[in-house]
Design a protein around this ligand. Structure first.
Ligand code: FE2
Ligand code: FE2
Length: 371
C-alpha cells in the first residue's frame, strides 16, 4: 500500500477510537484489552527471586545510588501555571483533538500503571535483596507517573479508578525473559517518545497545547533509568542474548514497533498539533530506540529497509480494515476480521524474515540519556 492510500484511510481513523464522553467510558477504555492497548503482566516470581546480578555489581550499585538519590522526588507536582494553562488551553481543543488527547492520556496512564503493578507484585513476591530494592524504586516512580496523568484526566472529570482497574483488567503471563525483552523495550521506547515530544515543543513552545509536556524531560529520565535496570539484568544473564533468544529479541522489537506505529497513526491530529507528523515522529522514535538498544541487543531491525517501511504501512491498513469489519459485524464482518488477522500474521512474518543488523555488545553497559 502506498502512502497516499494510508493517508486517505487515516480520514476514517476515528473508526479505531471509541469516544470518551464520561468517566465510565474512560474506565472502560483503560480496562479493555485489545491488540493495541497496553496490557498488565504477571510472571514467575521464583525465577525472578533466583536472579544473580553479581557479574554487573559495580554498575548495579551505581544505578542503585541514582535511584536512592531520587532526583525527581519533587517533580510530579502541579504548579499554579499548570492549572492556569489547563484552564485557558483545554476549552480551545476541537472535539476530535480532545478525543485523541484523551486516548493518549488513558493509554499512557494504563501503561505507566501496568509497570507500577508488575514491579510492585515482583517486589512483594521476592526476597532477593537486589531485585526487591530495584522493584521498590521502579514501582515508586511509575506510581508517581500514573498519578500525575490521572490528575490531568480528572481535569476533564474522567479520572481512572486505579484500584478497580487493578482488580478488573486481564493479566498476561510472561516468562521472566519475555518480561525483560518487552519491558526493556517499553521503558526505552517510552523515553524516546517523551524526549522527542519534549524537544519538539522546546523548539516550538506555541505548539505546546497542554502543560503536561513541560514535565516530560525529567520524567523520561526515570524511564531511561528503568530501561538501564533491565539492560543490566539481561547483560548479567548472557544466555538471554544468544542463540534462539536472538529470534525472540527480533520478535519483540518488531511487535513493539508495529504496535506503536499503528497506534500512533490513530492520532494524526495530536501529532499535527505539536507540529509533528506521525510517520516522521515514529521513525525518529525507532532511530533513538535502535541506538539505545545497542547496549544490550545483539541484533537491530533495519528501519531504513524499504520493505520494513512498506510492511509498517500494511499493518496500519490491515488494522483499519479489521476495525471497519468489526464495526460492520455479522457473519461477513467476522470473516473479514479473520482474513485481516491472517494478513497481519503474514505481514509480520515478512517483517520477521527481513535481514537484521548484527551488533557487537559494548564493554560499558550503561548509557546516558543524551537525546
Ligand atoms: Fe513511567
Ligand atoms: Fe518506567
Amino acid at each position: 500500500m502506498n502512502t497516499q492510500t494510508a493517508s486517505a484511510d487515516i480520514d476514517h481513523v476515528a473508526l479505531l477510537m471509541d469516544n470518551v464522553e464520561s468517566a465510565e467510558d474512560a474506565n472502560a477504555k483503560a480496562v479493555k484489552s485489545t491488540v493495541l492497548s497496553p496490557r498488565f503482566y504477571t510472571t514467575d516470581f521464583k525465577a525472578m527471586d533466583a536472579l544473580d546480578v553479581s557479574s554487573v555489581r559495580t554498575e548495579w550499585d551505581v544505578m542503585m545510588k541514582e535511584y536512592e538519590g531520587d532526583n525527581n522526588h519533587d517533580h510530579f507536582q502541579r504548579d499554579a501555571a499548570f492549572v492556569e494553562e489547563v484552564r485557558t488551553l483545554m476549552p480551545q481543543l476541537s472535539p476530535a483533538m480532545r478525543q485523541e488527547f484523551l486516548d493518549f492520556l488513558i493509554s499512557s496512564l494504563t501503561s505507566e500503571f501496568s509497570g507500577c503493578i508488575l514491579y510492585n507484585e515482583i517486589r512483594k513476591n521476592v526476597s532477593n535483596p537486589d531485585i526487591k530494592q530495584l522493584m521498590t524504586y521502579m514501582a515508586r516512580d511509575e506510581s508517581r507517573h500514573a498519578g500525575f496523568i490521572n490528575q490531568s484526566l480528572k481535569d476533564f472529570n474522567l479520572g481512572i479508578d486505579l484500584g478497580s482497574l487493578k482488580r478488573t483488567k486481564a493479566y498476561t503471563y510472561f516468562k521472566p525473559k519475555y518480561i525483560f525483552y518487552a519491558t526493556y523495550l517499553s521503558e526505552k521506547i517510552g523515553y524516546a517518545r517523551y524526549i522527542t515530544i519534549f524537544r519538539q515543543l522546546e523548539r516550538n513552545p506555541d505548539k505546546r497545547f497542554h502543560p503536561i509536556f513541560r514535565w516530560f524531560e525529567r520524567w523520561c529520565n526515570d524511564e531511561f533509568r528503568h530501561g538501564e535496570s533491565f539492560a543490566l539484568i539481561m547483560r548479567s544473564q548472557p544466555e538471554l542474548l544468544k542463540g534462539v533468544n536472538k529470534l525472540w529479541i527480533r520478535f519483540f522489537i518488531l511487535a513493539v514497533y508495529a504496535t506503536m506505529y499503528v497506534r500512533d497513526h490513530t492520532r494524526p491530529l495530536l501529532h499535527e498539533a505539536m507540529g509533528l507528523e506521525s510517520t516522521t515522529y515514529d521513525y525518529e522514535v525507532f532511530r533513538i530506540t535502535n541506538d539505545i538498544c545497542r547496549q544490550v541487543f545483539p541484533v537491530e531491525v533495519d528501519i531504513d529497509n524499504p520493505v520494513f517501511r512498506q510492511c509498517m504501512e500494511r499493518m496500519l491498513a490491515i488494522s483499519l480494515a479489521a476495525d471497519r469489519a468489526r464495526k460492520r459485524g455479522g457473519l461477513v464482518g467476522k470473516l473479514q476480521v479473520g482474513l485481516c488477522g491472517a494478513k497481519a500474521a503474514l505481514t509480520f512474518g515478512r517483517l520477521f524474515l527481513l535481514p537484521v543488523i548484527k551488533r557487537e555488545l559494548p564493554k560499558d553497559i550503561r548509557m546516558q540519556p543524551v537525546w
